[in-house]
Design a protein around this ligand. Sequence first.
Ligand SMILES: Cc1cc2nc3c(=O)[nH]c(=O)nc-3n(C[C@H](O)[C@H](O)[C@H](O)COP(=O)(O)OP(=O)(O)OC[C@H]3O[C@@H](n4cnc5c(N)ncnc54)[C@H](O)[C@@H]3O)c2cc1C
Length: 453
Amino acid sequence: MSDPPARAPVVAPVVAVIGGGFSGLLTAIHLLRREPRAAVRLVERAQRFGRGRAYEAGANPHLLNVRAGNMSAFPDRPRHFVEWLAAQGEPAGADSFVTRSRYGDYLQGLLREEIGDPDRAGRLLLEADEAVALRRVGSQWRVELALGRAFEADACVLAVGLAPPADLPGAEAAALAAPAYVPDPWASGLDDLPRGQVLLLGSGLTMVDLALALAAPDRRLLAISPRGLISRSHGPTRPSAAPEGPLDTARAALATLRRHAEAVGWREAVDSVRPATVAIWRAWPLAERRRFLRHLRAWWDVHRHRMAPAVAARLADLAADGQLTIGAGRLERLGWDGHGFQAAIRGRGEGKAQAWRFDAVVNCTGPSGGLPGGSALLADLVGQGAVRADPLGLGAEVDAAFRALGADGRPTPGLFAVGPLTRGAVWESSAVPDLRSQTAEVAAAVLACLERA
Ligand SMILES: Cc1cc2nc3c(=O)[nH]c(=O)nc-3n(C[C@H](O)[C@H](O)[C@H](O)COP(=O)(O)OP(=O)(O)OC[C@H]3O[C@@H](n4cnc5c(N)ncnc54)[C@H](O)[C@@H]3O)c2cc1C
């Protein structure tokens, strides 16, 4: 994409933030607080702003998988969430795990505060619609909404989260269309899912949620993933200094981390490297990042993304009861005969697949990074050459200032991305402790770009 033509300075910039989950909301808040002349139009297609995929309201019994003390939305106010809980008359220790829906209430509280603040009055506009296209018109973007309206913005931030899980390789079309197949557990109700044998594909934190939600005496759950690894539990930790030793390759980083873990404990070792993961990732060449994803990602994920201890205990009970079995294996084929699923599963290290029958199948493989990932907006941007997939297939390619790179590898003027879409550039880009700093950085980068304009 070519550079914008010369234009008059933007005196009261309008920024469109597409996606009103954690990343979009916090980017909007930082923009409004940093630039008293800026207006933000926050576009969200779901019913509620602020909650995103993770923090739905209502009878959502799921617990956060991060301690309350580490869930503040603001990097410079680490106790903000714990203080908010106390102000609601629900004091909770920094080490406690509260429900995700309560965290969604916190985010909606931030939104209400922002809208009610006289300094920001009228500068945050909520657009309850889906953005379906962004068009470059002169030096601005025209944001087109599904219901037919459109508005102009000086810059746009894509805060659209990640795509739903990818379709299962080996699954026949009839199986993918079957009523008892759940392609995206966060998008569908599970109340009508049959009893009996249920296959959960994936063994990460999505599977853990699903196992807890679906467990019933008349259900048998089988969870499989290529390695059968399962997230570790949180436990007591002490702060530890960063590891000493080389981190310049995936292999060296593993050796350094292992030595450090022997000295200080695995949780402390993993936590000690967290503040540096973005810098380490950025310093690795593409081949090294690929090596990490191929050989170490699964191990890193289960140590890094931990379960609340109460959740780990419940899961252990289900396994002890025989209600849940977790195994290492791959699904080679999935068919549907109108009554049930026939699956061919090859256990890890086994030469031949075994035949299984299931009453229901749930895709718990987690968000896919592929673009456009079913998003009309991303499909349009990729089609225009304004956005391209990052070479690792983790999301959209962005530069160090979170500017989206176009098909020609150059930053697309005035277009930014934030949140899990930027994983290819920074790797750790999915949990609040990472996103709270990133959203502040992205807001600063957007304003710097508008300032230059
Ligand atoms: C089930 C679950 C549990 C999690 N638990 C934790 C946890 O305990 N702790 C933690 O730190 N992290 C957790 N996470 C990670 C979580 O994803 C991040 O914390 C954070 O919520 C990501 O926010 P986001 O705004 O980037 O993405 P999302 O929450 O996915 O929000 C993106 C928003 O964009 C909207 N959108 C997309 N496309 C469009 C469009 N074209 N037009 C308009 N709107 C659009 C979507 O409707 C959505 O609301 C969890 C994630 C999941 C899925």
